[in-house]
Design a protein. Sequence first.
Length: 255
Amino acid sequence: MTEKAVDKPADKPGPTPRKRKAKAAAPEPVRRSWLRRGLRWLRRGLLAIAAVYAVLVLLFSFVPPPINLYQLGEAWRLGGIEKDWVPWEEIAPVMGRSAVAAEDANFCNHWGFDMAAIREAIEAGSNRGASTISQQVVKNVFLWQGRSWVRKAMEAALTPVVELVWSKQRILEVYLNVAEFGDGVFGIQAAAQHHFGVDARDLTTVQAARLAAILPNPKEWSPSKPTSFVRSRARAIISGAETIAVDGRSACFEG
């Protein structure tokens, strides 16, 4: 009798090159997943930071800003600082005009950045005169001192927001209350008391001009013991303050 052949099962084919390739590429989706997750958290973090600054901009449009990072550092270094907030109504009008004439003559005509001054500073190879009062307020109230690109980028982003939400008068009011007028002396009320023994509302034209004259270098220059340079700069500021009052460049904060 012929023996019936028994079929043997065919050998199981091995994995195709395509499947092996798929297995080797398996970590790629994992990496993409981690990347997406990281970007998602970064986006959330940036949105949270933006929300915090938005709240602060709105809050400080009517509430006096508390001590800032630079003042904290100076308080730690000196063991204390002189600081006393006063509202706009208690600041001599000539002080506002003097500060604008000294630091930002086109304050009423720009939206936070004086493009003409920036172009002039670039051509001169200097950044002196390019920073507006609005930019200085943003730096002093919301950010930190220094020249890092991160700070500059944040300043550029926040300045138009502050210009949009705050009035020009409010910007100048905050500026005069946080500006440094001497070693450990912050704000116009503390400065008036420290240097002249009067309140901010009682400052004379000359006193206001000398206080404005030292703003670029308050640690080295004194309004109560002025050098010949400070006296000369103060005279120019008096003339500039009178000019912006006549030509209307003070109307945005005095109206």
